[in-house]
Design a protein around this ligand. Sequence first.
Ligand SMILES: C[S@@+](CC[C@H](N)C(=O)[O-])C[C@H]1O[C@@H](n2cnc3c(N)ncnc32)[C@H](O)[C@@H]1O
Length: 511
Amino acid sequence: MTVAARVAVRGRPSSSAPPSISRQVSRAPPSSLSSSAAPPATSKSTAPALQCEHFQSCSGCTHEWDLDRPLVLKEAGKFFEDRGVPDFTFDSGRLWEWRCRAKLAVRGTAESPLIGLYEEGTHNVVDIPHCRAHHPSINSAVELLKKGISVLNIQPYNEDQGTGELRYVQMTVTTFNTSIPAAERYKYGKVQVTLVWNSRNEQSPGSEKLKALSDFLWRNGGPGSAVHLIHSVWTNFQTSSSNVIFGNRWRHLLGEGDFWEHIGGIDFSLAPSSFGQANTQAFNSLLRKLQKYVPYGASVVDMYAGAGVIGLSVAATRKCRFVKCVEINKESKVSFEKSISRLPKTFDCNISWHQADASVDSIHWLEGADVVIVDPPRKGLDASLIDALNSVGASGRKAGKTVESSLQKAKDEKRPWILRAREPSIQMESKTEWEGSQSWPQTLIYISCGWESFKQDCMSLVANKSWHLEKAHGFNFFPGTQSIEVLAVFKRGPRIAPKKKKTGKKKKTAK
Ligand SMILES: C[S@@+](CC[C@H](N)C(=O)[O-])C[C@H]1O[C@@H](n2cnc3c(N)ncnc32)[C@H](O)[C@@H]1O
């Protein structure tokens, strides 16, 4: 399978939905927000500003002012208030140097390489050596890579001719380092570098230059160098003429093969081919908030799970009975497998990872779960999953029958690929024997990086009172852009209006 992501225009790339390439530049001065969600307005002089020299040309950031209050906040506060949640909160987090994962195009010449993002609406790469969003270790690793390209005469990719050697680079920072105090770990993050090389494999002509470049990075940025910056070097071979970044072949070249991070109360491993959140610290805040909505001992299904970080985090911190992680990208399996090997000895949860398409036989995954967590790509939930959630959520006998009959129908069909998908690819059995349950989720936790699709999905879920919104929180996952990450908690069935307080006065009865 090709791990697809189009370069280079920022946001939250996913393997199934290319990130938007439109840049809605907002150079307006800070606005004052009236929503209860919004922090107090600040004056222009005190508003946190991007102050990035690349802002005019780079497509990564879309607004310079009020990094702590993306423009969409006001609308979000109103949207939730109108749906019975007046206390939407927003966590503004780290405003600069927050990006721990970057995919950058490599163009230009060996003497003068350009490493960065496309200029809006073009395929001209803008060099962004001093990007204010990047973790500083990414900028340092880019500088080192440029030196290596020049010294070794590596040819950057030429899109028009399909020639050149180095097409893209993915830089991912790990802050997992238990040998230094926790407060210093972020600052000293190390970079896993993936060089996307324009050849079929390591036997192809020119591979000696790939080896020379990775040795250069390791010699000058590895553990034996003055500043230990590089965690590891990987390569991905890609010869396609499309603008899909990655091909199918990944090779670990130097340094540690496993990439660990610690957030949400767990250690987890992430292969460079797996989806990973770009803003590690904001993701940690979101996980900490999310955990509170999962009851102790709950059964959970984590849909669109990637390497299962969310599922693993709730399994460990909420002592769940079972957690099922459902993900379409088979590349994430190996990371999940490694992560479960580091769970605490006391861990007593039946946890499994399934390679499956959430849109196929969606209702099956919901059966027996108390909580369903969904974290879809930017385009939002698959229609069939919304249908399944709605039929589960609808109250009354009629709806119950609908759920049963659709399950039965799916069972009767016995399509082999569906049955295979239900078999866990990876499973860790609990020590306790839990009884199976016929229940359906009471809680739906929706994590969204696409505000427009979230609104649509939310309206579909609450329209026929299958679900109602209970809480909503926003997180500043992408400061400098219009996007926020939303964590919305729904409860099954219609909202029950709070009982009116008795006044103590007796009603007069008509004579
Ligand atoms: C926004 S990411 C979330 C990943 C994970 N929850 C995390 O935070 O690391 C969305 C994930 O959904 C997966 N995905 C996309 N379409 C899918 C589908 N139809 N069925 C299952 N997973 C899908 C992608 O491969 C990606 O890993």
